[in-house]
Design a protein around this ligand. Sequence first.
Ligand code: R5P
Length: 299
Amino acid sequence: MKIFSGNSNKKLALKIAGKLGLELSPVEIFVFPDGEKRIRIQERVVGEDCVVIQSASIPPDENYMELFIMIDALRRSGAKSVKTMIPYLGYQRQDHVFREGEAVSLEVIAEILKAVGMSEGYAFDLHSPKIPDVFSVPLHHLSALPIFAERIRKDFKLEEIVLVSPDMGGIRRIKQISEMLGNVPFATVTKNRDLASGEINDSDLDGDVRGKIAIIVDDMISTGKTMVEAAEMLLENGATKVFVFATHPVFARDSAKLLQHSRIERFFVADTIDVPAYNLFPKLEIISIANLAADALKA
Ligand code: R5P
């Protein structure tokens, strides 16, 4: 197996390759003055099974384009198969038509990946379990929940915590991690978003958090507003402290500042996305999913 990395998350790619006892194979990514990229595979791949690791994090379009061209270059160079490890699958929240006239952007991504030659893919903590159905090649749904559960066991007394899903869409996820922790109780925040602006209109709490340490578990943090608003609601309803475990640190705009200054004690995220130095903040801790990714690729 040969592992190639795009530019979006080389740190994780190096770790995954290391866990597999491999080195990253060389690829030249040249940027023309107008921003176009030229990709050249610098190693013989004829008859080889190849993997490209690339997160579709900010800027998603650029990172996807790089991935598409890398897959094409590998196919043209004679690779037997090209798998993708897309730890954060960008565009996944656009997996169906919400309002008349919209595109299904995730389907566009899936079709391009297939067209350029992706044989199968892997992604972590998808927004919905139905997302692999959008793909006509296999997309394996991996999860950071087992390592989050391990960390919760280590850092907290289970009888003192309540798990919280910050929206209805996260219920399946919260039930899974509750089971991993021996059926720890959970609560749910229900939030309504304005479909045009994406802003949260109003929220409600279903479940009892009084006197408990609330641990919010979610798939991603983008603007951070979901977390901050959920935390305020939990504290208003008697939670003693709030912690967050979220797989993808998308960290759009000035979310890092918002999160650091929130009443949330600490944020645990996975390294599915490489957090740039300007978005690192004292309350943030990054846990690696490299082992899980390497195990999946080995299987
Ligand atoms: C949405 O339903 C997801 O599970 C996340 O809760 C959401 O995408 C987070 O977005 P933001 O950080 O912008 O509130």
